[in-house]
Design a protein around this ligand. Structure first.
Ligand SMILES: *Cc1c(COP(=O)(O)O)cnc(C)c1O
Length: 386
């Protein structure tokens, strides 16, 4: 099945169930038939009917759909994207290990690397992801785990997944990729050599800004290893949100197609606008890694960043004039969203950290929704005119 079809038919109805729409299993616990059955249930790995922190039939169904979409053997769903990332990293590293990661990561991931891992005796080396030689060199110097995120927030810089995976294989390290920005429809990291894919399913997979969830996809052996930490860390996805995620996934292919289209059309339009100083989007020929984007992505995603003339105040004024782009964090839902990057991180990063993260005072991030392209462009034009 192609991905569009898999999203609709990839989680077959259980035998004997005539309901077309999937059921929700809210039960926190499951009934054993007898003592022997109870012992069998308790001894299983990745239970689906024992106790919901260990697994649940609604989890199982949505996890199968996501695993198939990424081309992985198995998946786990978690209560958030950070639940997926921290569970995966804590499951795979220990005292004395070294993690190689990027200078640009989602803020929660950056804090896991900078603040938490060192407390457990894990060393972290951060590299500029666009500098493939530096990345490969840092991995060759020794690593247990390599953490990548491509395209990255907020500059849309890319990581060369094939090169990083080859270096990691040679060094005996596992590679974990955050595929949230790209989605499995635009980029399949497992096929490029990545060992584990993580997602904030809060974004495109859920798609409606109405749930918080995460996902982890890998080989069955790795997922079983991560599962044994997941049940201890307890970032358990509620069955109702698991069901809502399943519901959202049905239309993922349609939504991604439109958001890809909107982002590229808006990026091209803004690149020619006199009030705009720069546009960052991997689909633009002007993106310094456009060739890499063409090699490892089949679509360029729905996020772009622009710099406006007029500095911090100009960016703030532009954002406040927008009507169809809602001023809110997050991305990947049906509504287009906008954030003023420097304002978002003012409380967290100092000036030097902002510079390293590529957050200039005039940088604005747009996360395209599924509205009509012409309406979005008209809204951007009227805001820029001001
Ligand atoms: C939002 C996001 C996360 C964190 O996901 P939550 O669901 O908010 O915990 C991680 N990585 C990326 C790239 C994200 O955009």
């Amino acid at each position: 099945m192609r991905p569009d079809t898999h999203l609709v038919h990839g989680d077959p109805r259980p035998e004997g169930d005539s309901a077309l729409a999937p059921p929700i299993h809210p039960s926190a616990t499951f009934v054993a038939r007898d003592a022997e059955d109870f012992a069998r249930m308790a001894g299983q790995v990745m239970h689906t009917r024992y106790y919901t922190r260990y697994g649940n039939p609604t989890h199982e169904r949505v996890a199968a759909l996501i695993a198939g979409l990424e081309g992985g053997e198995a998946a786990l769903v978690t209560a958030s994207g950070m639940g997926a990332i921290s569970t995966t990293v804590l499951a795979l590293v220990g005292q004395g290990d070294r993690v190689v990661a990027q200078t640009a990561h989602y803020m929660g991931t950056a804090r896991l690397l900078a603040e938490m891992l060192p407390r457990f005796g894990v060393t972290v080396t951060l590299v500029d992801q666009a500098d493939t030689d530096a990345f490969v060199g840092a991995i060759a110097a020794g690593a247990r785990l390599v953490l990548v995120e491509t395209p990255a927030n907020p500059t849309l810089a890319l990581t060369d997944l094939r090169a990083v995976c080859a270096a990691a294989r040679a060094a005996g390290a596992l590679v974990v990729a955050d595929n949230t920005f790209a989605t499995p429809l635009n980029q399949r990291p497992l096929a490029l050599g990545v060992d584990v894919v993580v997602h904030s399913a809060t974004k495109y997979l859920g798609g409606h800004h109405d749930l918080t969830a995460g996902a982890i996809v890998a080989s069955r052996a790795l997922i079983e290893r991560i599962w044994s930490s997941a049940i201890v860390l307890g970032a358990t996805l509620g069955p109702h949100d698991a069901w809502l995620l399943l519901r959202g996934l049905r239309t993922l292919a349609l939504r991604v197609e439109r958001t890809n289209h909107n982002a590229l059309a808006v990026a091209r339009h803004l690149a020619g606008h006199p009030a705009v100083a720069a546009v960052h989007h991997p689909g633009l020929e002007s993106h310094p890694q456009h060739q890499l984007a063409r090699e490892q992505m089949s679509g360029f995603g729905g996020v772009l960043a622009l710099r406006v003339h007029g500095g911090y105040a100009g960016a703030a004024r532009f954002v406040s004039r927008l009507r169809l782009f809602t001023h809110a964090v997050s991305l990947g839902g049906v509504e287009s969203l906008v954030v003023h990057a420097a304002a978002m991180w003012a409380g967290t990063l100092d000036d030097e950290q902002m510079r390293v993260a590529g957050v200039q005072p005039d940088l604005v991030r747009l996360a395209l929704g599924i509205e009509a392209t012409e309406d979005l462009i008209a809204d951007l034009d009227q805001a820029l005119a001001g």
